[in-house]
Design a protein around this ligand. Sequence first.
Ligand code: SAM
Length: 220
Amino acid sequence: MSGCLVIVSTPIGNLSDFSKRAARTLENSDIIACEDTRMTRKLLALSGRTSTAKLVPYHDHNGATMRPKLLADIGAGKIVALVSDAGTPLISDPGYKLVAACHDNGFKVATVPGPSAPLAALTVSGLPSDKFVFAGFLPPTTRACEAAIRDIRNLSMTIIWFETPRRLLKSLTLMSDILGPRLAVVARELTKMHEEVIRAPLPDLVAQIQRRESLRGEIV
Ligand code: SAM
C-alpha cells in the first residue's frame, strides 16, 4: 500500500463537530502529526476514540527537522494524518510546507475537510460571501496594522481577520478610522456556549465593544 498525507480538520470548540470520517482517519493512521500532541490526545479521549497511531509533534519550531522524517515515513508506505489544535490545518496553522514537500516528492495528499473558524464566521456574518479574502491575524504593531487595513481599503469584498480579545477594540478603531462606516461583524466563540455575532457599521461596532466590560474568547 502506498503512503499518503491526510489533512484532518477537527472541531473549533464543539466536540460534536468531530466527523466520523475524521475520527476514523485518526484511528487508522500510522502516524498523527500534531500541532500539540496533548491537544490531540485530549480530543481522542474526549470523543471516546482510541488510536494505535504514533503521535508526533509538528509545528513551526520543529517543522524543518520533522518534515524529512515524515516524508521518509510516507515514502515507506505509512499513512500520516496532520492535525492542528483546532479547525483546519494550514489555516494560520502549520502544514503548508509539508503539503508542498509531499507534492514535490510525488506523494498523495488527501483531505478530511471540516470545521474552520474563518468560513464558520463568514457564513454567520451576513456579509457578502460571493467573494472574500482571508487575511489571517492582523499584525502586532499599530503601524503595520494600519498598513494592512489600508492595503484592503479598495477591495470590494469581505475581508476576514483573526483577532484577540485584548486587541479587538484597538483594531476595530483603526478599521473604523481608515474604512469609515463599512459594515462589519465580530464573530466570537463560534460553536461554543457563548457564541455571539455582533454586526454593525464599524463606528457603531466600536461603540458597542467599548460598552462591554470584557470580551473573552476566540474572535474572527
Ligand atoms: N486553523 C484554525 C481554523 O481552521 O479554524 C485557525 C487557527 S488560528 C491559530 C486560531 C484563531 O482562529 C483564533 O485566535 C481565533 O481568532 C480563530 N478561532 C478559532 N476558533 C474560533 C471560534 N470557535 N470562534 C471564533 N474564532 C475562532
